[in-house]
Design a protein around this ligand. Structure first.
Ligand code: SF4
Length: 120
C-alpha cells in the first residue's frame, strides 16, 4: 500500500459506526446498534478483520475522499467527515444522528461506544 493510502487509512478512528446498519429518514440517519457487520466486535467496537476487510467482506467499502465529501450517512464524528469539513470540502446534507436498538430493546450487555453518542 502506498504511503498516501496508509496515511488516509490512518485517519479512521475505528469508532465502528459505519459498520452498523443504518437508514436515512428525512434529515436523520439512524444507526441500529444491534445490527452490524458480522466482523464487527461488539466488545471493542472495532472491525476484527480491518486490514483485510475489503477483500473478505463484499459489503464493506473504503471511505474515499469522495465519500468523505458527499456521503451523508457518515456521522459528523467520523474522522473523514471532520477531515473534509476542516478543508471546507464537506458538501453532504447535515443529518441528525440517532441510535436505535432494533427490535431487541435496550437490554444489551455492552454500552454504545461513548464517542458514538453524538447528536447534532
Ligand atoms: S465512521 Fe468514520 S471514523 Fe468511524 S469507523 Fe467508520 S470510517 Fe472510521
Amino acid at each position: 500500500m502506498r504511503q498516501a493510502s496508509l496515511a488516509w487509512e490512518a485517519k479512521c478512528s475505528r469508532c465502528g459506526l459505519c459498520c452498523h446498519e443504518k437508514v436515512i429518514v428525512g434529515r436523520q440517519v439512524i444507526y441500529d446498534l444491534d445490527s452490524h457487520c458480522e466482523h464487527y466486535d461488539r466488545k471493542t467496537h472495532q472491525c476484527k478483520i480491518y486490514l483485510q476487510r475489503l477483500d473478505r467482506e463484499s459489503r464493506c467499502r473504503r471511505v474515499t475522499r469522495f465519500a468523505a465529501m458527499f456521503a451523508s450517512y457518515l456521522p459528523e464524528s467520523c474522522a473523514y467527515v471532520q477531515w473534509a469539513r476542516s478543508r471546507h470540502l464537506r458538501f453532504a446534507i447535515r443529518r441528525h444522528v440517532r441510535f436505535t436498538r432494533g427490535d431487541r430493546g435496550d437490554t444489551g450487555d455492552e454500552e454504545p461506544n461513548p464517542s458514538l453518542c453524538l447528536s447534532e
